[in-house]
Design a protein around this ligand. Sequence first.
Ligand code: NAD
Length: 499
Amino acid sequence: MKTVHHWIGGKSVEGTSGRSGPVTDPATGAVTTRVDFASADEVDTAVAAARSAYATWGTSSLAQRTSVMFRFRALLDEHREEIAALITAEHGKVRSDALGEVARGLEIVDLACGITTQLKGELSTEVSGRVDVASIRQPLGVVAGITPFNFPAMVPMWMFPLALACGNTFVLKPSEKDPSASVRLAGLLAEAGLPDGVFNIVHGDRVAVDRLLEHPDVAAVSFVGSTPVARHIHRTATGHGKRVQALGGAKNHMLVLPDADLDAAADAAVSAAYGSAGERCMAISAVVAVGASGDALVAKIKERAARVTIGPGTDPASEMGPLITRAHRDKVASYVTGAAAQGSEVLLDGTGFTVEGHEEGHWIGLSLLDKVPTDSDAYRDEIFGPVLVVLRAETYDEGLAIINASPYGNGTAIFTRDGGAARRFQLEVEAGMVGVNVPIPVPVGYHSFGGWKDSLFGDHHVYGNDGVHFYTRGKVVTTRWPDPADAPTGVDLGFPSGH
Ligand code: NAD
């Protein structure tokens, strides 16, 4: 059986802890791979490699860093299909979705290729007699990334391209459920000419994560995952004096006003709720249908959802694949099974679904729950599966109040033809990313990604300008080069006033 090892100092390094975990093909339920789990000592080895590499990478020229990034971009482009296949084999998502994930990661590499523009700094001349002031940004040192299972290539690429281009070295702890894509990315970085030790990977569980959070040589931590773990990461790592951005879970609402194009809204709801089997932090998991058109909208959603083809991600006919693990599949199913008793109308129940010839796969069909009470588990929890809940509201204000009462605030969308209502929504909704007739408003690479409330702990979003700021720290240099003709200033105990 294949084993996935750590990546330290520019090469694959076999684990020594004696601990490992299974990696499963979600379409068959078979364990195909084992992944090493790092001990605290192995994490220390990776951090030491990153620290030692920082001595030269931190002061390397911008030209060197960007030429590595340009070569990495070309290699990534060339290996899209291979990385997508690794994602499908361990995550289960369909090939087109996996390719989309690689493309969105590549967008951040594009940004890193242009880091020269982002790091230009600012200069004010003659702020006082022959005094200039320059603001520059410098790297932090060793930074760590801890990433979730649902985007095993894209989320690491939200982090490391910018971190490296800014001059930091990196230790990644990817999800133990689908670790292979990240190791392939490490290989491509090495092929692109990245010096050994600049990018490292340790696999594993809480043991590895907690060591990274407390390690004195780790300057900053980027985390993406569920809310309880995000909270733990933020609390622990800030407690150890680190800069932290910890992106958490979500319950993304789509508000559909009565004047919306209901066919477009239903297409969008089905695509955004069930794409990647609902295992996206930007999935629409709750539709708030406003006014009398709610019944027509729900009928259109139901009709479309019933037509989605589910099957192995490797089958070109499949539009939706299996869930990540058997345990997660069973948890998702429990929300549907318990929904009627908590007051929802179950319009589609996918819990009995299976794929012939792949009965051991982690299958679940599409479920649609209507008139879902806001105090029910199916509404309150992030289900992270193909279960769409619909709530009804009489007015825009009532719908907005439902959304703003949610503890999460990642993404949200409004569907309407009314520009005034859309404008109000942009300003009034409490979420970090807003779509207007766009169901999954994931920002492009040169804008930043991040939520509000329990969807993000810390004050920097990822990538875009926020990413550059997160991975650098400011320094302001005030300079005076006296003219030989200047008279001596003499001693002056007054506070410099700039005049
Ligand atoms: P998770 O929180 O279980 O795991 C994320 C990472 O943390 C993994 O590397 C895991 O090994 C590690 N981890 C898990 N438990 C830990 C613990 N107790 N202590 C320390 N580390 C721990 O998340 P997941 O199931 O892999 O991913 C799905 C979750 O991620 C969903 O909640 C989803 O909304 C969220 N997510 C959020 C975003 C976003 O941008 N906000 C993006 C993608 C995924």
